[in-house]
Ligand binder design. Structure first.
Ligand SMILES: [Zn+2]
Length: 393
C-alpha cells in the first residue's frame, strides 16, 4: 500500500479522510482533450472505410466487386496476378535482387500484364513494395484503417523490404500510432512529434525505436533541444512514476464514497436552510417593491419622483442580488459527489490500465495527468498545472 488517503480537495470542498496522502483533484481536468480525441476519430470514419474497404479504384492484385450491393462491396484478390505479386515479394525478401531485376523477370519469364494491358513498370513495382495497402492498412481522409482484404504480405515483411530498399523505401507510416505527440510540448514552446526508427539486427529481426523530439516549428525560435528527444520508454516511465502515488486501495474508495455522500447530505441540509432564508428575504423585498408602487399610484404627492426612483432602484437591486444567490446555491447543490468518486475510480485503476492498455488508453491517461509535460534535455518534466492532477505525500 503506497499511502492512505487523507483529503480530497475539489474546487469548492475539502474532504478529509485519512493520513499520509493528500490527493488534490481539480475538476475541469484535461478530460476535454480525450473527448476531443474521440470526436476526431469519429469524424474521420466513413462507413465504407470503417468496414475495411478502401474507397476508390482497386490496387493492382485486387479486383472490384461488381456484383456486390452498393455500400457493401468487398475487395477480391485478382487470382491471376496476386500470386505473381507474391513471387515479387519473395524475391525481394531474399535481398538478392534489385527492383529492376525483379521487373525484368516478371515481364520476360512470367509475361506479367496489368489489367490495362501493359507490362510491369518501375513505378508500379515500387508501389507494390511501398504501399501500406499491401500489408493491410490504408489511409482515408487522414485516418488509418485496417483493410478487410487479404494482405499480400505481413507488416514484418513490409518492414524488412523497406530496409532493403534503403532510401527508396517507405518506412511504415506510424504517426497514427504515437500516443504522446499531442500532450507534450518542447521546452522552446513548439509541439513534439515522434519518429520511429528501425534497425535490421544481425539475427535478421527488426528493432523499433520510438523517439519523441521537437518539431522546431515555433516561429521566431531556434530550438536548443533539437537533438535532445526522449525515447517512448522514458516517457512511459515518467507517467508510471507519477501514478505510483495514486495506488488507491478499493477499501479507501468505498470509504471515501460513503464519507462524501454523508458530507453531501449534511451540506444539503445547510443549503436547504439557506435557501429557505433567501426565499423569505425575496418575498419581503418583492412586497416592499409592490407597496412602493401602490403608494406612488394612490398618493402621488407623498413621494417626489426622485425619491420614488431611488427607492425603486434600491429594492430592485436587492431583489436581483437575492435571486442570484439562490441560483448559485442551487447550482452547487447539483455538483455531484459522483464526480469525485468517478475521478477516484479512474485514478485508482489508471496505473494498471496505462501499463497494459492500448495507445488510446495511454494517451487518455497521459492527457488527464496534466497538460504540462515539457520535453527538455532528453527528459519529460511534469509541471502540475491548474488543470492537472496534484498528488502530495
Ligand atoms: Zn523545441
Amino acid at each position: 500500500m503506497q499511502g492512505k488517503l487523507r483529503q480530497i480537495i475539489t474546487n469548492d470542498r475539502v474532504y478529509t479522510i485519512a493520513d499520509q496522502l493528500i490527493l488534490t483533484i481539480e475538476f475541469g481536468m484535461a478530460t476535454q482533450s480525450s473527448v476531443d480525441l474521440a470526436k476526431n476519430v469519429k469524424r474521420g470514419l466513413t462507413s465504407k472505410a470503417e468496414k475495411g474497404f478502401k474507397p476508390g479504384l482497386p490496387n493492382l492484385g485486387y479486383k472490384c466487386d461488381f456484383t456486390g450491393e452498393k455500400g457493401k462491396k468487398a475487395v477480391f484478390v485478382d487470382e491471376e496476378r496476386f500470386p505473381l505479386l507474391r513471387k515479387m515479394v519473395d524475391m525481394m525478401l531474399t535481398g538478392l535482387y534489385t527492383v529492376p531485376q525483379i521487373i525484368n523477370i516478371m515481364n520476360e519469364q512470367y509475361h506479367f500484364i496489368t489489367p490495362k494491358g501493359i507490362k510491369l513498370q518501375n513505378s508500379t513495382a515500387y508501389k507494390i513494395f511501398t504501399n501500406p495497402f499491401y500489408y493491410g492498412e490504408f489511409e482515408y481522409g487522414g485516418v488509418w484503417y485496417k483493410g478487410s482484404h487479404t494482405p499480400l504480405m505481413p507488416p514484418e515483411e513490409y518492414d524488412k523490404i523497406q530496409l532493403i530498399l534503403g532510401r527508396k523505401g517507405k518506412p511504415r507510416p506510424k504517426t497514427h500510432d504515437f500516443a504522446f505527440t499531442g500532450v507534450i510540448k518542447c521546452d522552446c514552446g513548439a509541439m513534439i512529434t515522434a519518429t520511429e526508427k528501425q534497425r535490421l539486427l544481425t539475427s535478421g529481426g527488426i528493432k523499433d525505436h520510438v523517439y519523441y523530439h521537437c518539431t522546431g516549428r515555433k516561429v521566431g525560435v531556434t530550438c536548443a533541444q533539437k537533438k535532445k528527444g526522449a525515447t517512448v520508454e522514458y516517457i512511459e516511465l515518467t507517467a508510471l512514476d507519477l501514478m505510483n502515488n495514486l495506488d488507491i486501495p478499493q477499501e479507501y474508495i468505498d470509504w471515501a464514497e460513503k464519507y462524501i455522500k454523508d458530507n453531501v447530505a449534511e451540506d444539503r441540509k445547510l443549503i436547504e436552510s439557506q435557501l429557505n432564508k433567501l426565499q423569505k428575504d425575496y418575498e419581503v423585498v418583492v412586497t416592499r417593491l409592490n407597496s412602493l408602487i401602490d403608494l406612488k399610484v394612490n398618493n402621488p404627492d407623498i413621494l417626489t419622483d426622485e425619491e420614488f426612483r431611488e427607492r425603486k432602484v434600491k429594492y430592485t437591486k436587492e431583489k436581483d442580488k437575492i435571486l442570484s444567490a439562490i441560483n448559485e446555491l442551487n447550482e452547487n447543490q447539483n455538483k455531484g459527489a459522483d464526480e469525485v468518486i468517478d475521478v477516484l475510480n479512474f485514478w485508482s485503476k489508471a496505473r494498471r490500465r496505462f501499463e497494459y492498455g492500448d495507445i488510446q488508453t495511454k494517451r487518455e491517461i497521459f492527457a488527464r495527468l496534466g497538460s504540462k509535460f515539457l520535453l527538455k534535455d532528453k527528459k519529460t518534466h511534469y509541471r502540475p498545472g491548474r488543470n492537472g492532477l496534484r498528488v502530495e505525500k
